[in-house]
Write a protein that binds this ligand. Structure first.
Ligand SMILES: C[S@@+](CC[C@H](N)C(=O)[O-])C[C@H]1O[C@@H](n2cnc3c(N)ncnc32)[C@H](O)[C@@H]1O
Length: 251
């Protein structure tokens, strides 16, 4: 079908669908159904988070054609945080294909022209992301274990005195994440965030057989410091892979 014919067919179909929708909407009772109780809502949210995660759609999610292993709600919240904090540096551990890095780069580019991203992966795969001039301009990709002492020295020299946001998404084992938390927390500036990704695994509420991971690391880390608080307001979109994982640096 030609594009023109296609559009001629499509427009009346859309109009018909809109009319049907409005007719349906108008025939609904004016009052809303009775609201679910608090515990119903909590279990609906928990179930939806499980259904969403288990669908594996996050493994087939892209930003500008590059895989971003995230859900849109967390990426949207990261956009809000980046727009509020306007960091000079975003440090990300766990680059993978760099689709999420590219997303941060686009947002950062709009709110802080000189802002830069440093992303670390033991095995980055950024061929596609690197085709974007903005990625090449704003992102430095470092191939390293995220906890290597020489890397941390290099990072702390680079970002000292600057406004820094950190997001951790590398190896999701408790000991590794705890090590990352202890090392990278020092780089985060007051008022900014240390985001611990995939705190949802190990039954929180997904992948009950994962074993101790980011959530358990986070709980232990928070016993050691009062510099960070869990910012629950960042979970307002209800779908999140980082429950309790948006940590704000308060002192
Ligand atoms: C969950 S993926 C990252 C997904 C990516 N942030 C995204 O949003 O699309 C985890 C990444 O961590 C990397 N990784 C695993 N162990 C690591 C380590 N010790 N240090 C640095 N990166 C590591 C893996 O190579 C993998 O690319």
């Amino acid at each position: 079908m030609s594009d023109r014919l296609n559009s001629l067919v499509r427009i009346p179909c859309r109009a018909a669908l809109a009319a049907l929708f409005l007719a349906g909407a108008c025939s609904q009772p004016k009052t809303s159904p009775s609201p679910s109780s608090g515990s119903d809502k909590a279990s609906i949210v928990r179930n939806f988070n499980q259904v969403y995660y288990e669908s594996m759609v996050w493994a087939d999610t892209h930003w500008l054609g590059v895989p971003s292993q995230q859900n849109p709600c967390d990426n949207w919240m990261m956009q809000q945080i980046i727009a509020e904090v306007k960091p000079d540096y975003i440090i990300e551990t766990g680059t993978a294909s760099g689709g999420t890095t590219l997303f941060y780069a686009v947002v950062l580019g709009l709110v802080n022209e000189t802002g830069r991203i440093i992303t670390v992966d033991i095995e980055p795969r950024v061929a596609e992301a690197s085709k974007f001039p903005l990625f090449r301009k704003k992102v430095e990709v470092i191939t390293s274990d995220s906890t290597a002492p020489e890397l941390l020295k290099k990072l702390s020299d680079r970002v000292r005195g600057r406004k820094v946001l950190v997001t951790l998404d590398s190896w999701h084992k408790k000991e590794h994440v705890l090590k990352e938390l202890r090392l990278y927390s020092k780089l985060v500036s007051k008022g900014s965030y240390l985001v611990v990704q995939d705190t949802n695994v190990n039954g929180n509420p997904v992948r009950p057989n994962h074993g101790e991971g980011p959530n358990e690391a986070l709980q232990e880390f928070l016993k050691e410091t009062d510099a960070f608080v869990i910012d629950k307001s960042r979970e307002k979109f209800l779908l999140t892979f980082y429950p309790s994982g948006y940590l704000k640096k308060v002192r």
